[in-house]
Ligand binder design. Structure first.
Ligand code: GTR
Length: 324
């Protein structure tokens, strides 16, 4: 595996120690994708604010492996920064499950208010005992189901479909509770698996549906918008511990300052991806989310196993305005 070999190079230190303070960051998405460009902005701020003492190399497009594998490498310092979805963190830290629950956020504004405030800080801080410093949240839009068979209008339409999910128990339970078969697999295997009929569909936001070219094979996109789970930008605690306190402050601030830029790029990209997909003739349908939310009530409760999780959920629900 190229990813593992490349990561081995980093671990041996022959690449990342080439220049003083040259740090590495990885992303499963390609150059140009808003998460990658958000991290690039972070790197620029880092360089400017340390007069070039700290600099960043970004390995985009999953060059160093999938999110699960690279996260593991990040925890022991072989990679310095990682931009991931909440899904691969679900098995590492229970508090991350809370923001990944289907239908927990009533709107993007609600999600942003939650992750930009004390609840978001608590989730980010919960990663530290696992060897990761949570720096900030980025947007990830709304995830909906797409497939090769036909439009999904009700949970009944999902019965028996083989749907790819990221490797997270929460996602597996979510898809099962809707009557479909959950097939956990890394993102970079989805296109091929759709094309070969190994799976019937998957779920993701407009930009990932478009960027991974999944829409070329899965011609039905049904707007369930079941998840508004944000992306997370994390740092290896090994690297963090090796920085003087003033550099840690710069890192934290630069990450947070990259968020508005990322969100601007995100909103534009959602529109562009939507246009590309629609122009290709994909059949897109609106969905009444109520029966989907209803079918997921049981898995919601089953996913919350600690009081700390339940308290956060109550606080998130209390921040709903009912405006959406
Ligand atoms: C994307 C997300 C990735 C990855 C991917 C997936 O929306 O940006 O980090 O989690 O979904 O489904 O694997």
């Amino acid at each position: 595996m190229l990813g593992a070999a490349a990561a081995g190079l980093l671990l041996s230190g022959c690449d990342r120690k080439l220049g003083p303070g040259r740090l590495t960051s990885v992303d499963t998405h390609p150059v140009g994708y808003p998460t990658v460009e958000g991290v690039r902005r972070f790197g620029e701020l880092l360089r400017q604010r340390t007069d070039g003492r700290l600099d960043l190399n970004i390995y985009a497009g999953g060059q160093l492996g999938n999110e699960r594998d690279t996260l593991e490498i990040t925890t022991f310092g072989g990679i310095d920064f990682n931009r991931v979805n909440l899904a691969p963190l679900n098995s590492i830290e229970p508090l991350t499950v809370v923001a990944a629950l289907p239908f927990i956020f009533e709107s993007t504004a609600h999600m942003r208010a939650v992750v930009d405030g004390p609840i978001g800080d608590a989730i980010l801080a919960s990663l530290e005992p696992h060897g990761l410093i949570g720096l900030c949240f980025y947007d990830s839009g709304a995830r909906s189901f797409y497939n090769t068979r036909g439009p999904i209008r009700t949970p009944e339409d999902m019965r028996g479909l083989k749907l790819r999910v990221p490797g997270s128990d929460l996602y597996i339970d979510m898809v099962r509770s809707l009557g479909a078969d959950a097939v956990p697999m890394p993102l970079d295997e989805v296109y091929q698996s759709l094309a070969q009929g190994v799976i019937d569909g998957a779920e993701n936001n407009w930009p990932s549906f478009e960027s991974g070219r999944h829409y070329e094979v899965a011609r039905y996109y049904s707007l369930t918008r079941h998840l508004l789970a944000p992306e997370v930008f994390v740092m290896s605690k090994v690297t963090w511990d090796g920085l003087p306190p003033e550099d840690r402050t710069v890192v934290m601030q630069a990450a947070r300052d990259s968020v508005p830029y990322m969100r601007e790029l995100w909103d534009t990209r959602v529109e562009q991806s939507r246009e590309t997909v629609l122009a290709s003739g994909v059949e897109v349908n609106e969905v009444d989310p109520a029966p989907f939310a209803e079918a997921m009530t049981g898995m919601w409760q089953a996913s919350l196993t600690t009081d700390a999780q339940r308290t956060l959920v109550d606080r998130i629900l209390a921040m709903r305005t009912g405006a959406s």
